[in-house]
Design a protein. Structure first.
Lengths: 417, 356
């Protein structure tokens, strides 16, 4: 199909041919693709709730309380040197929890590195969700079994994966939707553009959730884009754009659920921009006082997703003191379990470094694995045949390296302090 | 542009070699047939790329595939290489077996991050849960008079990336067999197609293709005793010609076609070099930190006591790929190969004690 719709023929006098551009029209009506002027909100609107939605809002609240407690625990573990780094989603729990709850069992979640809470809310063991950030492997859970893609560290690169997976599922005739998460900074990356374009052209069953938390590390949104909003970017791809208050968990859930349903029914992709705020620094290694003031943060602390929903539920008589207490206790138990398991040193197997590079290790990797094995054996004081043929000095150096690895943990602790 | 099965195939499909029986066959035809046979054998195989549908690819390598298998199996994608490889990675995560075409070597660079940060690492990252059974076909190398960005030899970048297999056929028969194996592989394979050999013909019966060694095996193309020329892809014909010319100088040169660059076939290469005691590595890619540097180092480490001379390299210069009217000065030719052979310290064979 050509961009220019050709309208053959001549003008009335018959003298001049009608230019091919004469009949040009937009290929689709852009109006339905544009986001609303104001972000979608449900809390405080007096929206009528049926029994199912009442239960859902309570479930969201339970997720938010656990989520907030999880964020606090993970941050504390970082200070104690148990995590190499933690990009906190404190203040963004509504997006994290709603994203996980908007998906069906067969659907896939594509998280970024700040989205371990969404991974946990999807049902993954928190210790496994934190493997990347603890540093004992790159992914701790089984993506195929959990239908959660690995946490993506390179920005926006997980978005084309979500498009490809959703497209593949559709080609196979399977009912699978992919929900991909990215931040406002990530929307500047080329992969964001390419993913939206491919998704639109293929009508792939994908939902893109942009958490606009105001900052890409230190750089505010104004330096990231001149678009009217991130949601407005959707229209350029022929994708529906939606704007939602990202701290209003029921609203985020509703907008995402509509997008998921649309994707499921063959309606194509949706871009959802959730307005939220990164209450904490980028990570424990960042110093937010260098680029923003407390005055900027304060209004968002008063628009906290947990307290917003709690007040709403109490006002609607959907939450009693007893229930709130029980939910808090449950979150405390989750945190205690996470703490005690993270305080145990992970079991590391250096041989695994060579095990998964290829389906079958290459001859070169087998040689290198043997070298490392010999070094470790020498270090452990065992006599291995390989030692006689040379690797002993290397083994001594390796042992020195391990001492320095111990120092590195101290470095992390000092930087976090 | 929308293509349908009914409106494709504007030119004669390359795969229509005479049915049955041996016939002159180009490498492009062999690759086309391998794609077709792989798609017929396994419905998880999907071809993706720019202009691979109605046009059949700029080199006609995918000719007829959309007509035969439909647009969903052989798909014209938007013009975005990172998007092509990124979505292909997602398709592989769902269990498909995508075959991606990068239109030219230098046009594959936008996909570099997806390749290096995801495709090459996904199996390792997920402890085997998400393998990447992807094949990435890249027409590469010079010698076809291409303007800038159409003649790069980019193999060193890929060789330096753990998690990828890197292979490059030099004959039509190998192109068929190696591509079938690349597609069947559960790991990502960079399949580098020497574009100046696309139209080189050999007699082949593609209806009953010859058996092919597994990926990872080098092959001796010409036996010899004086020195071993180690080469691959577009430089193989150059080396064979050089070996023929060298007979006049009294040198019987062995020519070794690596075929697979990763994983490297140390065994076959070292056995060859130990037989002859001398080696020259020949490739189009730049020499500095190029494939030959690794090969020379490996050979020296493993064959030191068998070597009569340092391992020499004949490579492209360390310059951006030249404009077409100057490329003949850049590409390793027969004379440059023979000059290197002449520098393999032949005098040491007959110099009597205490020469130095």
């Amino acid at each position: 199909m050509s961009v220019l719709e050709q309208t053959p023929g001549r003008d009335e006098s018959g003298a001049r041919p009608t230019p091919p551009t004469a009949g040009w029209r937009p290929r689709t009506d852009p109006a339905p693709l544009l986001p609303d002027e104001t972000p979608v909100r449900l809390i405080g609107t007096g929206a009528r709730l049926d029994k199912r939605r009442k239960e859902l809002w309570r479930e969201l609240y339970r997720g938010l309380v656990r989520g907030r407690r999880y964020n606090r625990q993970a941050t504390a573990l970082t200070r104690q040197g148990r995590l190499a780094v933690y990009p906190s989603s404190t203040g963004q729990e509504a997006c994290e929890v709603a994203a996980a709850l908007a998906l069906g069992e067969r659907d896939w979640l594509f998280p970024s590195y700040r989205d371990t809470l969404a991974v946990v809310a999807r049902g993954v063991d928190p210790v496994e969700a934190l493997t990347l950030l603890r540093g004992d492997w790159h992914t701790g859970y089984d993506p195929r079994a959990t239908r959660v893609a690995p946490l993506s560290t390179p920005l926006a690169t997980q978005l084309p994966h979500a498009v490809g997976l959703a497209h593949a599922a559709r080609l196979r005739g399977d009912d699978v939707v992919a929900l991909a998460m990215v931040g406002d900074g990530g929307t500047s990356e080329g992969d964001f553009h390419e993913a939206l374009n491919f998704a639109a052209v293929w009508r792939a069953p994908v939902v893109f959730l942009v958490q606009n938390n105001g900052f890409a590390i230190s750089v505010p949104l104004a330096k990231q884009t001149a678009a009217p909003s991130i949601a407005h970017k959707a229209v350029g791809y022929g994708v529906a754009g939606r704007l939602v208050d990202g701290n209003d968990a029921p609203a985020v859930h509703q907008v995402l659920s509509e997008a998921v349903a649309r994707a499921r029914s063959g309606g194509g992709p949706t871009l959802v921009e959730a307005l939220t705020y990164r209450v904490e620094a980028h990570t424990n290694a960042d110093d937010a006082t260098r680029y923003r003031t407390e005055d900027e943060v304060a209004p968002w602390l008063g628009h906290d997703p947990v307290t917003l929903l709690e007040a709403e539920l109490r006002q609607r008589k959907l939450l009693t003191d007893g229930e709130a207490e029980r939910i808090a206790e449950e979150a405390e138990a989750m945190a205690a379990d996470l703490r005690s398991r993270m305080n145990a040193d992970p079991v590391l197997d250096p041989a695994e470094l060579f095990a998964h590079v290829y389906a079958e290790p290459t001859p070169q990797l087998r040689e290198q694995a043997a070298l490392l094995r010999a070094e470790l054996a020498a270090e452990a004081g065992e006599a291995e045949p390989a030692r006689a043929t040379g690797p002993a000095p290397a083994a001594r150096r390796a042992s020195g390296r391990d001492d320095r690895a111990g120092d590195r943990r101290q470095d992390h602790q000092e930087r976090a302090a | 542009m929308t293509t349908t099965a009914a409106t494709t195939a504007t030119s004669t499909p390359a795969r229509t070699a005479p049915p049955g029986g041996a016939a002159p066959t180009t490498m492009a035809q062999a690759i086309n047939r391998a794609l077709r046979d792989a798609m017929a054998a396994d419905d998880a195989v999907h071809v993706l790329g720019e202009d691979v549908g109605a046009l059949g690819g700029v080199f006609r390598v995918t000719d007829g595939l959309t007509a035969e298998f439909g647009e969903e199996r052989c798909t014209d994608t938007p013009l975005a290489e990172a998007g092509i490889l990124g979505t292909a990675a997602g398709m592989a995560m769902y269990g498909l077996r995508p075959v991606v075409e990068m239109q030219f070597d230098a046009f594959a660079y936008p996909a570099f991050e997806q390749l290096v940060s995801h495709v090459a690492r996904m199996r390792n990252r997920t402890r085997g849960s998400l393998p990447m059974p992807l094949t990435i076909r890249i027409p590469y190398g010079g010698g076809i008079g291409g303007v800038e960005h159409h003649s790069d030899s980019s193999e060193a970048y890929y060789m330096a990336t753990p998690g990828l297999h890197v292979v490059t056929p030099a004959t039509a028969a190998d192109a068929y067999g190696m591509l079938r194996q690349a597609i069947a592989s559960d790991d990502p394979v960079l399949f580098l197609e020497p574009k100046r050999l696309y139209w080189s013909k050999e007699t082949l019966d593609l209806s009953s293709p010859p058996a092919c060694d597994p990926l990872g095996r080098a092959v001796v193309r010409r036996t010899g005793t004086a020195a071993t020329l180690i080469t691959y892809g577009p430089s193989l014909p150059v080396c064979l010609e050089a070996a023929e010319a060298a007979r006049e100088e009294g040198w019987e040169l062995e020519v070794l076609d690596l075929r697979t660059l990763v994983p490297f076939d140390d065994e076959t290469v070292c056995a060859a070099v130990r037989r002859t005691g001398r080696a020259v590595v020949v490739h189009e890619a730049s020499g500095f930190a190029g494939p030959g540097a690794e090969i020379a180092a490996r050979v020296t480490e493993r064959c030191f006591h068998h070597l009569q001379a340092p391992v020499l390299r004949v490579t492209g210069f360390d310059i951006p790929y030249p404009p077409p009217m100057l490329e003949k000065h850049h590409l390793p030719g027969v004379d440059r190969v023979l000059d290197a052979v002449a520098r393999l310290q032949w005098e040491s064979d007959y110099t009597e004690g205490g020469a130095r």
